[in-house]
Design a protein around this ligand. Structure first.
Ligand code: SF4
Length: 118
């Protein structure tokens, strides 16, 4: 089987065999991070989400946000719906928690830039 490593822009094509739900005989990864990515992607795929949340009282209408850690791939649509349904208020500092424990994942959605009050 094959997958593309998305850990860095090089995008190595990784080949592996699937045995008892685990990736074995992993080749094609240029660095060890690719092996770890492949093993995790087979067992429990996760993604870091970047998006925007509506913000009032700032010079822009949308605040860039990011999850504080990768979330399980199966929760992506729920998390995106929660993010898109939210609105926040300026001022916001980079790193402020905008949504705590999003969708019960234990992971927060945090501001990825500062926005002052206008
Ligand atoms: S295997 Fe290493 S070099 Fe290749 S894409 Fe993944 S992180 Fe980048």
């Amino acid at each position: 089987m094959e997958m593309t490593c998305i850990v860095c822009p090089r995008g190595c094509t990784i080949s592996y065999d699937l045995v008892n739900g685990e990736a074995v005989n992993i080749t094609g990864n240029t660095c060890p991070r690719g092996k770890t990515y492949c093993e995790n992607e087979v067992k429990a795929p996760v993604r870091t989400i970047t998006s925007t949340v509506r913000i009032e009282g700032a010079e822009h209408n949308m605040l860039p946000v990011i999850t504080s850690a990768p979330i399980p791939k199966g929760k992506i649509f729920d998390v995106m719906a929660e993010i898109h349904g939210r609105k926040t208020q300026a001022p916001v500092k980079c790193g402020d928690i905008i949504i705590k424990d999003v969708c019960g994942t234990g992971i927060d959605v945090i501001a990825s830039r500062t926005m002052e009050e206008k």
